[in-house]
Design a binder for this molecule. Sequence first.
Ligand code: F6P
Length: 319
Amino acid sequence: MKRIGVLSSGGDAPGMNAAIRAVVRKGIYHDLEVWGIKRGYAGLIDGELYRLELRSVADVIQRGGTILHTARSQEFMTNEGRQRALSILKEYGIDGVVVIGGDGSFRGGIELMKLGIKVVGVPGTIDNDLFGTDYTIGFDTAVNTVVDAINKVRDTAVSHERIFVIEVMGRHSGEIALNAGLAGGAESILIPELPYNPSEVCLRLRESYLKGKKHSIIIVAEGVASASQVVEDIRTISGFDTRITVLGHLQRGGTPSAFDRNLASRLSAAAVEALVNGNSGYMVGIQGSQISLVSLEEAVNHKKQINTEFLELAQVLSR
Ligand code: F6P
């Protein structure tokens, strides 16, 4: 292996630049040439590649987003698009690629493998919804962004004795909602892994009110229902004065936390190591404190189990 490529794909996440930095510097440490592929698979098909040197990734560890940019590529879903991608990789003499992204990005990596390219995946998505790793890059930063928002919303909820419904990202996962809800002291956390029951939510609000708690924070993951639907349900059922905050893409930006920087550095260095050792078809994950290799097929075909213990604990502690 003398030349590797690196790309970021899917939704961007804080820490992706730390990951790219580690791929470049670990790759050069192993005397590899490292080529950046811009805009994910779309840029690969368009031949948007450029050589990355040690200085190319100077002063990026603290930056959110991805210097390689990202895009979702319909063309790569076609055989013609994949063949074009393969011809570009062959033209540049690239025989191994580090794919930084989520499950959709890894499915693309599996397609590249079918064409004979060695691929190792680095889990980069704020959703933390990938099987085989306790954490994905960007998740810790996104949770801290949400907790900061909860703190700010709580001030005005207390002042006005209001109910606030805060909608968070996660696509189809309640991981952000659960972790930020517990850390933020939310009174209710609604996640797509469990049925949504507005009457139950309002019963808890009523119980809290009768105990003297005149404000509440409800975190709803976007996969459950829209925050506006939850607000309407609460107003209709309980009559409480209720307001809405949708955090949206705020959760995808910002300087990566120390945890995400170190996670990105460790996982990406291990991904280069895997390619150097001739491994392919794996995602590098972290389980406990151990770096592990999980097959890409397993990572994309299994659903990560949610830890509902956080839910029960949040309900007990927020009374
Ligand atoms: O996968 C990360 C994510 O932020 C999801 O949580 C969210 O639903 C989705 O991307 C939004 O996608 P887009 O940025 O294309 O609107």
